[in-house]
Design a protein around this ligand. Structure first.
Ligand SMILES: NC(=O)c1ccc[n+]([C@@H]2O[C@H](COP(=O)([O-])OP(=O)(O)OC[C@H]3O[C@@H](n4cnc5c(N)ncnc54)[C@H](OP(=O)(O)O)[C@@H]3O)[C@@H](O)[C@H]2O)c1
Length: 256
């Protein structure tokens, strides 16, 4: 039995829904988890390394009156995925929303890229997303929603980042094909493609690059996790009830 931590009762449009957000102990995933919890969902905060980071997100949600638990599962390890899905059903009795957010980003120029780096990216960003969706779909009912976090780099790639861009191209294709397969069951699949967002994950690699990204962004600023969380809130809402298989760009209009 997974222990749960409950704050004060929370009323919102996702009341009664249960969500898993992969990779939600930091960055965009944490922003999404906090938004879904604020809208009333009970949320599984997934992480692969730092339980302290995950517990900080759980505490913020509980302090704000929501419900959440932390659950360790490395999405690039297929054996970890079943227990993650089971954790939602055990703790909260159901699963209505899966946000496939966990992802790895590394610069890989043609000169630098390696088979190991290729496997690391594809095992998490693509295989992990697909196997997590497979396991989630087995317990989801009609009305459930799967959201895949892609990247603007899928359709506007950058040459020093070949492998990562290719993984996100694959994610967009999977959003389309999974939407086709799961639509007849009443399960929607939507992609969200962020532009450049300040997170713990890119704090080092993108240090000093704000001006570069802002120059490519018509809306003239870098993104915040809350910008992406707002789009996920739309994707899982009834307002998006006739939307599936498509990826929404949430990037301030950024192109390269
Ligand atoms: N930031 C951007 O500018 C940007 C732009 C476009 C798209 N994206 C996409 O948005 C998503 C989140 O990016 P981010 O910048 O927020 O990342 P981040 O700050 O690096 O956070 C990554 C999160 O995923 C978890 N994680 C890492 N590897 C994992 C694994 N194998 N299994 C389970 N959890 C794992 C991390 O926790 P642990 O370290 O404890 O495992 C952490 O909670 C990614 O899919 C990324 O490609 C980001």
């Amino acid at each position: 039995m997974v222990p749960t931590f409950t704050g004060a009762l929370c009323m919102g449009k996702l009341e009664g829904k249960v969500a898993i957000v992969t990779g939600s102990s930091k960055g965009i995933g944490a922003g999404i988890a906090e938004r879904l919890a604020a809208d009333g969902a009970k949320v599984i905060i997934n992480y692969s390394r730092s339980v302290e980071d995950a517990n900080r997100v759980v505490k913020r949600i509980v302090d704000a009156g929501g419900e959440a638990i932390a659950f360790k599962a490395d999405i690039s390890h297929p054996a970890d995925i079943g227990p993650l899905i089971d954790s939602a059903v055990q703790a909260f009795g159901r699963l209505d929303i899966l946000v496939n957010n966990a992802g790895v980003y590394k610069a890989d120029s043609l000169d630098e890229l390696s088979a190991d780096s290729f496997d690391e990216h594809f095992n998490l960003n693509v295989r992990g997303l697909l196997l997590t969706t497979q396991a989630a779909a087995r317990v989801m009912n009609a009305g459930s929603v799967i959201v895949n976090i892609s990247s603007g780099l899928a359709h506007s790639p950058y040459p020093q980042v070949h492998v990562y861009c290719a993984t996100k191209g694959a994610v967009n294709t999977l959003t389309r094909s999974l939407g086709m397969e799961l639509g007849p069951r009443g399960i929607r699949v939507m992609g969200i493609a962020p532009g450049f967002v300040h997170t713990e994950g890119n704090a080092e690699s993108a240090r000093g690059m704000d001006e570069f990204f802002i120059a490519k962004t018509p809306l003239g600023r870098v993104g915040k996790p809350q910008d992406i969380a707002a789009a996920v809130a739309y994707a899982v809402s009834e307002d998006a009830g006739w939307v599936t298989g498509t990826t929404l760009d949430v990037s301030g209009g950024m192109t390269f």
